[in-house]
Design a protein around this ligand. Structure first.
Ligand SMILES: Cc1ncc(COP(=O)(O)O)c(C=O)c1O
Length: 392
């Protein structure tokens, strides 16, 4: 290991949503925060250096994206995902959630239906509803810990009002990569019914088996023409606060519509630090990322073994992607509300409650493992003690 992820870095009083924001959000003091998806690790040195160099320049005027910025994205997509991306396809958005909302506005009308596959990242539902579109659930099916798409259900939900499907690829929560056959079948169905695929691939770099993520648009030219792909260095390199994401849109007409929406909202210009950090991360961050992934895998193994030995009522599902463990707590027999209060007031850990991810999420929690091992150890012990204190 060339990087030390064991060191605990104090994030309190750093304006961190995860640490400083937990008490206000959850209404409890002294919570160990393993919720929102950012890492407690420092970014690669080259990224800090690029930001420091920019800061040292001391002038933060209006900013453009240099050719080298685009090239770093193109090279990353090719080497990590064997996906050939052209410079012209790369559009911009501050965040991926912003891009999802822009896509809803650009490609659908109020009253249109948008399919999502719960349990899924809850802003998929939120951006649909806040834009006055209708959410249609096509739940994924938990087959003994392995999730599958339900194509029968999908076909039964499609009518002429369905205009878009939001794909989470890899999937969050659940942390798995979609197989080629599933993506192909999904893509074919969407082509046939003229449903645009918005593929959120923000977690695509966070896969434990190198090369296992398949960009939806890489599967065929038709799929590329019938989709937009949301990417960002934010999850991969812990840069969420820099608000920089890249939306890859091969289809010219779709691209123009997306860019028109960006312009209408006047959000096309980057901040001064996002592009330099992104370029440094994509250019130099590979070795750092590989070590983060093996550290997180170690954390996952630790939690899995610990619960199997000491808290068998909690089952950690297999994880192929993301640093977010998905834990089945249904054996505790609690309602979603009881489960939430149990983790907050008895275990004093802040986790994401499964219920917020929509149907199929109830009885589960999502635990962020992108932190030092000692924090994970504290969390599982606190959970074990809380379970032991439950009346039998
Ligand atoms: C699937 C997915 N999309 C988007 C985001 C957030 O993206 P952003 O911070 O760029 O809006 C997350 C964060 O956890 C996520 O899991």
């Amino acid at each position: 290991m060339n990087f030390n992820f064991d060191t605990v870095i104090d994030r309190m009083k750093s304006s961190s949503v995860k640490w400083d924001g937990a008490e206000a959000l959850f209404g409890e003091k002294d919570l160990l925060p393993l919720w929102v998806a950012d890492m407690d690790f420092k970014v690669p040195e080259e990224v800090s250096q690029a930001i420091a160099d920019k800061a040292a320049h001391g002038i933060f005027g209006y900013t453009i994206r240099d050719d080298s910025y685009y090239q770093s994205i193109i090279d990353w997509m090719k080497t990590r995902h064997d996906w050939t991306v052209e410079k012209d396809w790369i559009c911009h958005s501050p965040g991926v959630v912003t891009a999802l909302s822009l896509a809803v506005q650009a490609y659908t009308q109020p009253g249109d239906k948008i399919i999502v596959q719960p349990p899924v990242y809850y802003p998929f539902m939120k951006v649909t509803e806040t834009n006055d579109r209708e959410v249609v659930f096509n739940p994924i099916v938990n087959n003994h810990g392995t999730y599958e798409m339900d194509f029968e259900d999908l076909l039964s939900k499609i009518d002429s009002s369905v205009k878009m499907l939001m794909l989470c690829n890899p999937h969050n929560p659940g942390g798995f990569v979609w197989k080629k056959e599933d993506l192909k079948r999904l893509g074919d169905i969407c082509m046939e019914h003229r449903i645009l695929v918005v593929s959120d691939e923000i977690h695509s770099d966070l896969v434990f088996e190198k090369g296992s993520h398949i960009p939806f648009a890489s599967l065929s030219e038709q799929f590329a023409e019938n989709s937009i792909t949301c990417t960002a260095p934010s999850k991969t390199f812990n840069l969420a606060g820099l608000q920089t994401s890249n939306i890859i849109i091969p289809n010219e007409e779709l691209r123009e519509k997306f860019n028109a929406e960006t312009e209408r909202n006047a959000i096309g210009m980057p901040n001064s630090f996002g592009p330099v950090a992104t370029e440094a991360a994509y250019t130099h961050g590979g070795p750092w990322l590989d070590e983060v992934l093996s550290y997180v895998e170690g954390n996952l193994k630790f939690v899995k073994n610990y619960f199997a030995e000491n808290v068998p009522s909690l089952k950690v599902l297999p994880l192929e992607a993301t640093y977010l463990a998905w834990i089945d707590c249904t054996e505790l027999g609690m309602t979603a509300e009881e489960l939430e209060m149990f983790f907050l007031t008895k275990a004093h850990v802040a986790l994401n409650q499964g219920k917020v991810f929509g149907p199929g999420g109830e009885g589960f929690v999502r635990m962020n493992l992108a932190c030092s091992r000692s924090i994970v150890e504290r969390a599982v012990k606190q959970i074990e003690n809380a379970i032991d204190s439950l009346p039998v």
